[in-house]
Ligand binder design. Structure first.
Ligand code: GLN
Length: 280
């Protein structure tokens, strides 16, 4: 059977569960993964012989998609600011909101000679890898409580030739002596009671440890990050944290209480409070 025919059949099966544009997108990425052809080649019906194994892989991927698993985990790879990163359910899928602020940070500071950069809660390593590539003179350290995340982030950094020092540790009980001139973090920030408003597939597949904080302690990670910034950020150094859109003012006030200057709330492309930036 031709590759185009298989694409159309796959799309047809997906149409029972998804909108027309989603079915088209999902059928394309599944076929691209199995055949390594691009969409144009698929639609031009480039000669391709499916092995039994490839057909089984496609069927298996299709069932995972129909079961609502995020396509990023099924494909196993995403793009983040030009780096190809492996993802699996031990790490959060990098969000476009995160990509946006990291790109703005890089743009705004491209003339800075950062020497020591710290990424707290690195997950797939997306932010640390983007920063290591943008600031090749800097020594980048990335930490995470999950050793499976650290092992995936390490693979991602090697794949993208980004030189990063990784450490598995829990930031909440961490004491660092080192000085940093840029600290970044996208910590867990969704309150447990917000679960009811969340997409089911996020809840079913993404790591809860990377997403949730107890209802009664929404600022848990920001308090610890503020302490680290107070003690270990060099004078003039920068702090960027991603936030829950509902806690912009609270995080800003918290940072101001820790002697951080020029504290600003930045919005994302959806006009939601998404980042708090501060300077020492
Ligand atoms: N923005 C992510 C979401 O909406 C959450 C990221 C986080 O908790 N750090 O799922």
């Amino acid at each position: 059977m031709s590759v185009k025919k298989i694409f159309l059949e796959t799309k047809e099966k997906l149409l029972a569960h998804f909108s027309a544009s989603e079915a088209d997108f999902l059928a394309s990425i599944l076929l691209e993964k199995v055949t390594q052809l691009n969409k144009t080649q698929i639609l031009l019906n480039t000669a391709f012989t499916f092995t039994q194994e490839q057909q089984e892989l496609l069927e298996n991927d299709l069932q995972r998609i129909i079961a609502q698993e995020p396509w990023q985990y099924v494909v196993g790879e995403v793009d983040f600011l030009g780096s190809k990163l492996k993802v699996n359910p031990t790490v959060l899928i990098p969000r476009p909101e995160t990509e946006e602020w990291v790109q703005n940070l890089i743009q705004k500071h491209k003339k800075y000679d950062f020497k020591q950069i710290l990424d707290i809660g690195t997950g797939s390593g997306c932010i640390a890898i983007a920063l290591a590539k943008a600031f090749p003179q800097a020594k980048v350290t990335a930490i995470d409580v999950s050793d499976t995340a650290i092992s995936l982030a390490t693979q991602n950094s090697l794949k993208n030739k980004a030189n990063i020092h990784f450490q598995t540790l829990n930031v909440l009980s961490w004491q660092t002596m080192q000085e940093w001139d840029l600290i970044v973090s996208n910590p867990p920030y969704i309150c447990e009671n917000e679960q009811t408003q969340m997409q089911k597939n996020i809840l079913a597949y993404e790591p809860h440890q990377a997403l949730f904080v107890p209802n009664e302690k929404p600022l848990l990670f920001y308090e610890k990050i503020a302490q680290i910034a107070q003690n270990n950020l060099v004078k003039g150094g920068f702090l960027y944290v991603e936030i829950n859109e509902a806690f912009g003012i609270e995080v800003k006030n918290l940072f101001e209480g820790y002697d951080l200057q020029k504290v600003q709330i930045l919005k994302d492309f959806a006009d939601k409070n998404r980042v708090v930036v501060a300077q020492k």
